[in-house]
Design a protein around this ligand. Sequence first.
Ligand code: DUC
Ligand code: ZN
Ligand code: ZN
Ligand code: ZN
Length: 465
Amino acid sequence: MFDLIIRNGTVATAADVFEADIGIIDGRIAQIGRDLGPARREIDAAGKYVLPGGIDSHVHISQPSGAGITMADDFESGTRSALFGGNTTVMPFCLPEKGAPLREALADYHALAEGNCYTDVSFHIILNDPTPQLFGQDLPALIAKGYTSVKVFMTYDDLKISDGDILRTLDTARAHGGTVQVHCENEDAIKYLIERAEREGNITPFFHTQVRPIAAEREATHRALTLAEVSESPIVIVHVSNAEAIGEISASRARGVKVIGETCPQYLLLTAEDLRDMDWEGAKLVCSPPPRDKASQEACWRGIENGIFDLFSSDHCPFRYNDVSGKQAPKAKTSFRHIPNGIPGVELRMPILFSEGVLKGRIDLPRFVALTATNHARAFGLYPRKGTIAIGSDADITIWDPEAEYTVTHADLHDNADYTPYEGLRLKGRPETVVLRGKVMIERGALVGDRGDGHYQPATPHPAR
Ligand code: DUC
Ligand code: ZN
Ligand code: ZN
Ligand code: ZN
């Protein structure tokens, strides 16, 4: 007797599209086929796609963001929004206060998540305090415990680490089965351009896009990839925004570097010109790297089509617009540099890629599944428990209505920001029913799951490399 059978749908994985019913027992997929027999509950998915629940491996939730600044989403609102966007797992970043032990930061982060999540969660660590103790003992121990991925920054004074410490991070992670993600922008170049812009009175949000130019991203991307090459380590380049950074990735790959590339919705849909047109309201689109131009958008689409990118993530990093704890921070009107950096997007990641990618013929359904779920699970040690529809995998399933047409408006979203960068966008296709480890969480668009149904999932280290 199955607990749940999802019948008559078109199942898509990263490899195949086929008609089948899915039988679920004890939160896992127990059978895939026809005539599976009786179940306590059935869902008819005729005319719908049955997809692995989305995995968004790049979201920011309750991340400390500076004095007086508060991220709009905590675990409750962030995972609720993620769930409504078709996701069953999200991976936020744990940022330790400088000098605080990682273990304590992680314990605090667990305490925030536990009992408050609508999706499963797994954590990345932001590594901003490199010490011999970290590389010698703490990081190997944390990787073994299920915290297998770290992010390092080449920009932001309070976050960035040196090239030498990036090498040590890459080396330690490789040796112990961890994964290193790098935020690639040249901090000194940016600092120089910020000072020059402010001196010239160029202080509106548009100038945020001008002081973080493509060249600064390209150079840092090249340097990060060089460090990966030198240390013979795999590397993840996050939030890639343009053709020149993409060129660095393909050149490295041709030299044998194992590089995973990630891009995000903002680099497909927004431009620097949008910030210019919006004047001070452009604060709504301030994120790093910043939106570029039409040619960069096309380059990112091509990277999605041709396999340069393995990951399509939201980089959901929400701040409220009409709020002094957010985009109206006390000094925000004196210079773009004081505007909190990041934009919301976890709920629209899959709908945007489906509507703009699948329905416009840029990618097929298996590639959509790979980019939104399977590759995230593989990259970050959750596969095959997560990220696919296979016997034995967690029954994390999104039933997708490919026909629904709608106009995006923030009033219909479920995050705790007060705007969406994509207001007014016409989309087709959206999640209708979302199942988390066999439990129906969203049923025909209505929330029926409970806060606390989502749980922490430790990641499995990669085999020795
Ligand atoms: N990097 C991110 O990944 N998100 C928001 C801001 C940033 O710099
Ligand atoms: Zn970043
Ligand atoms: Zn981010
Ligand atoms: Zn729990």
